[in-house]
Design a protein around this ligand. Structure first.
Ligand code: ATR
Length: 316
């Protein structure tokens, strides 16, 4: 018996006829035809991705399992070739291999190439094709939170791998201006040049973090893309001046652990709305699942997976 949503229910290997998708979910019985997807990264023990993919497989009735695989430094090429030999349907790629893995792929999607990082591999005839679903995942998370990018003036904190993808997304979706604030100016400048080049307009304005007081008056969407505030450093925020947060109408932190970051608390204290990064994790996973299985995941199923993720997160 499994207890879920306060109800007691028997889960069986055969489909249970009920009114909602959650109740149509089935457990995957591993057999000779079960397809395997997984995650490569180091470390991978704390990943929530198995919750996303194994729940989706159950909801959609797919004969598929998803397993995390720790890959030690220097073994990425072996891992990709091994996965190909074992005919793994697809892989997610996480820290620290999102860029390193590019060298071992047979094809790379244009968007992923522009970003310079992949998080999803799909098995093709000649090996694996790499995609980046983080960006589209963030976009779908923002749509789901009713956050608009088009014509918005945006403050983006950070210029690392994650922030770079956010800059590409916001430029592509028609942001008015993106003030990219980073501790290391050169990195922000490089990302700005790259994104402005792709966008064909001067949309990203690189700035040093401490120059935040120079941002013009107004109310902004702020995206927190640095690693500052990640557990166990829950009390840290990259900018802690309350005056800065008065300029923020909505704050989106890419971090979801802790559930409410210091950045989010400061946004709320300044009168803004704040979201964490769990929905981005959800949708990047959903898009990967869609690529592997050539399906479209419905919003009601996405919602069920989100609830399951939240439940799992709170337990961990
Ligand atoms: P990710 O792939 O998760 O984006 P990353 O590429 O290492 O990780 O980027 C981390 C980001 O957090 C960078 O913008 C980094 O700033 P620098 O480019 O100056 O290194 C930022 N960051 C990390 N620690 C920071 C700190 N203590 N103060 C300010 N910014 C910090």
């Amino acid at each position: 018996m499994i207890f879920r949503n306060g109800r007691k229910r028997r889960w069986s290997y055969c489909q249970i006829e009920h009114e909602s998708s959650a109740e149509m979910e089935k457990m995957v019985e591993i057999n000779g035809k079960t397809r395997v997807c997984g995650l490569i990264g180091y470390p991978v023990e704390h990943t929530l991705s198995p919750v996303i993919h194994n729940t989706l497989a159950g909801l959609l009735g797919h004969d598929l399992v998803y397993v995390p695989f720790p890959v030690e430094p220097g073994r990425v090429e072996d891992a990709v070739n091994g996965a190909d030999a074992l005919q793994l349907l697809g892989l997610n790629v996480t820290v620290p291999y999102k860029s390193e893995v590019l060298d071992f792929l047979s094809e790379i999607d244009t968007l992923a190439r522009n970003i310079g990082a992949v998080n999803t591999l799909v098995r093709v005839k000649t090996g694996y094709k790499g995609y980046n679903t983080d960006m589209e995942g963030l976009y779908r998370a923002m749509v789901s939170e009713r956050i608009q990018i088009e014509k918005e003036r945006i403050i983006l904190l950070g210029a690392g791998g994650a922030a770079r993808a956010v800059a590409h997304l916001c430029a592509l979706k028609g942001a008015d201006t993106i003030y990219m604030l980073n501790r290391t100016y050169d990195k922000a400048e490089r990302v700005a040049e790259e994104v402005n080049g792709v966008a064909g307009r001067q949309v990203v304005v690189p700035m040093l973090l401490e120059e935040y007081t120079r941002i013009p008056e107004g109310r902004y969407l702020a995206v927190q893309g640095t690693s500052v505030g990640l557990a166990p450093h829950n009390d840290r925020a990259v900018i802690s001046d309350p005056a800065f947060y008065e300029k923020v109408h909505t704050g989106f932190d890419l971090i979801y652990n802790p559930w409410e970051t210091r950045f989010m608390q400061l946004v709320k204290a300044g009168g803004g709305r704040a979201c964490n990064g769990l929905k981005m994790l959800l949708y990047q996973g959903i898009i990967a699942y869609e690529l592997w299985n050539d399906v479209h995941v419905k919003e009601r199923d996405a919602q069920i997976v989100y609830e399951r993720l939240e439940e799992q997160f709170r337990k961990s």
